[in-house]
Design a protein around this ligand. Structure first.
Ligand code: ADP
Ligand code: MG
Length: 253
């Protein structure tokens, strides 16, 4: 099986604190993995290692055809290779970091134009198509400060998609939103999953994880404690730590 994402023996410490200890994770093409676990368990660091926003201390990371080894003896990727690798993974954070002085359309065009040297007309056509897909065709000329949090987050998703990434990584993309705006962002994520995008989603929306994710990975203290089909891990967790974590959530069904 040729996986889309393959992480092996991944390690990362900050100072004396081991934040990721020997993480092994494989994601099949088109699969959606929900990454859950208590605060501080290393979820964000793991996503950041996949995007080289954090450089691992050891292990290997592969996304599609691009891979890096961080083990002793391997050479760390140069800035250029890092940038190329990074464009394989689109990332959406809790806080939408849109450029305030650019319109919605310009925000989505920016990456292709400045990083990939795409012709403007082409970047604009792609941006308009992606903004239509996230339901924001009527906001192309608006500035970010005129948008709701849910709309901003949908622009952030369109902006990440504009780089035509192989995989999408979501780090608590709905955690900062007012409750009534969560659904519109989850809806866009659900559509992406249905289209076959390979995704890793860090989320506290356990009901969403059960419904949309193929697999759930539960992390604690820098270790993957349990993983399996979403319905099994959420419905019948095996490990005490998973049970204890899930007992904090009310899930239906
Ligand atoms: P999670 O996303 O599961 O809440 P994180 O990956 O953000 O966990 O953090 C895991 C641990 O690593 C925490 O103890 C956090 O304080 C620490 N940590 C994360 N990033 C850094 C950093 N850049 N420098 C020092 N410590 C960090
Ligand atoms: Mg986090």
């Amino acid at each position: 099986m040729n996986h889309k994402i393959e992480v092996s023996g991944l390690r990362k410490s900050f100072g004396g604190l081991a934040v990721l200890r020997d993480i092994n994770l494989r994601v099949e093409p088109g699969a959606v993995v929900a990454l859950i676990g208590p605060s501080g368990s290393g979820k964000s660091t793991l996503l950041r290692c996949l995007n080289l926003l954090v450089i691992p201390d050891g292990g290997r990371v592969r996304i599609g055809e691009s891979s890096f080894s961080f083990d002793a003896g391997g050479t760390l990727p140069g800035a250029r290779e890092q940038a190329r690798f990074r464009s394989n993974a689109g990332m959406v954070f809790q806080h939408f970091n849109l450029f305030p002085h650019m319109t919605v359309l310009q925000n989505v065009m920016e990456g292709p134009v400045s990083v990939k040297s795409a012709p403007k007309a082409e970047a604009e056509a792609l941006a308009r198509r992606l903004l239509a897909k996230v339901g924001l065709s009527d906001k192309v000329d608006a500035f970010p400060n005129k948008l709701s949090g849910g709309q901003k987050q949908r622009v952030a998703i369109a902006r990440a998609l504009a780089m035509e990434p192989e995989v999408m990584l979501f780090d608590e993309a709905t955690s900062a939103l007012d409750p009534e705006l969560v659904g519109e962002v989850l809806g866009v994520m659900r559509d992406l999953a249905a289209e076959g995008m390979t995704m890793i989603i860090v989320t506290h929306e356990i009901g969403f994880a059960r419904e949309v994710a193929d697999r759930v990975v539960f992390m604690r203290d820098g270790v993957i404690v349990e993983e399996g089909p979403a319905r099994e891990v959420i419905g019948q967790p095996r490990e005490e730590a998973t049970k204890a974590f899930l007992s904090h959530f009310h899930t239906r069904g």
